[in-house]
Ligand binder design. Structure first.
Ligand code: ZN
Length: 100
């Protein structure tokens, strides 16, 4: 399957996440072909922003998933201890604590 031809054909149905104009005429390049998962880099023809979409092609239907937002690093043991110390020393209300 020429996934890029399929996406190019349907790009006009989707809007750029930055300038919100149609993605018709966007530039496409295949980053990863892991059929039925395809990772495709898209460059908006209007504002030039480049982003990556992951498509899962299933039973002839195509879904575009937006890229997952970056995740915060896990809370470390030191941070837990810092909060514990802060709470131990605090004598006022929770609101006062959060305002500091
Ligand atoms: Zn755009």
């Amino acid at each position: 399957m020429d996934i890029l031809a399929v996406i190019r054909d349907r790009a006009g149905e989707y809007d750029c996440p930055v300038c919100h104009r149609s993605l018709d005429g966007c530039e496409l390049s295949l980053v990863k072909d892991d059929d039925p998962m395809f990772t495709v880099q898209v460059s908006c023809a209007h504002c030039g922003v480049t982003f990556v979409v992951v498509l899962h092609v299933r039973h002839g239907r195509r879904r575009i998933r937006p890229p997952a937002p970056p995740q915060a690093p896990p809370i470390g043991a030191d941070e837990v201890l810092d909060v514990r110390e802060l709470l131990r020393a605090h004598t006022g209300s929770l609101t006062e604590l959060l305002r500091r």
